[in-house]
Design a protein around this ligand. Sequence first.
Ligand SMILES: [Zn+2]
Length: 258
Amino acid sequence: MILALVTLALTAHAADPHAAGVAPEVALSRLVDGNRRYIADKPIHPGQRAADRTRVSKGQTPHTMVLTCADSRVGPELLFDQGLGDLFVVRAAGNNVDDHLVASLEYAEEHLGSRLLVVMGHTACGAVKAAATTPAGTSAGSPSLDALVADIQTCMGPLTPAQLKDPTLRDAVHANAVGAGKALLAESPLLRHAVETGHLQVVPAVYDLASGFVTFDAPLQASPSTGPTPAHEAAAPAAAKPAQGDDHGATHGEAPHH
Ligand SMILES: [Zn+2]
């Protein structure tokens, strides 16, 4: 009986199409393909049957980590047409991280073998809008909201009047996704090391609520300039602002996926 169970477990493991440590480029192609199916209204809903539930009950090797907003209109498994055990998803309003969320991502990278981390904002994000429209020195409504708004303001940097008028807030959302990714690497030596050694890619992205399209940036570099100090604890906010030049990375990085 025991032998039979062991054999069954080994068979199930061998049959698992999601081997640990899927290359970042392969993981990204799965997301791009799944997003195309979702946009075309032709999802195949992979990995969502009873047999898949049984398979993943024995363990998980998610090919991608996703850090995204808590917004009810942003469902990573839906918009990437992925299944059980495919995505390790961490969510918080504004897709910024605190210590517990960093720990979750470190766990997935270190113990589950995930080699791609997508930091995904979305158009018309309420948290980004709150950060964009809350003047310095005023409260967003509570101490917790004030802390969230301050983190997002640090990540996205100053906005032009034209950017503030855009109802989609696309530029601000993109800057916040890039800034959140950089803050994550600044805060986590483990993830930074994984990027430096080529084991992990951190890719900012923006999800368009109306079209369903996800635009991916080129992977972030683990620049020493990000430093060991967590961005949200930096004494001078100006020191942690993402460079304006980063916006050009989006145009460059998204080209291969159009
Ligand atoms: Zn949001």
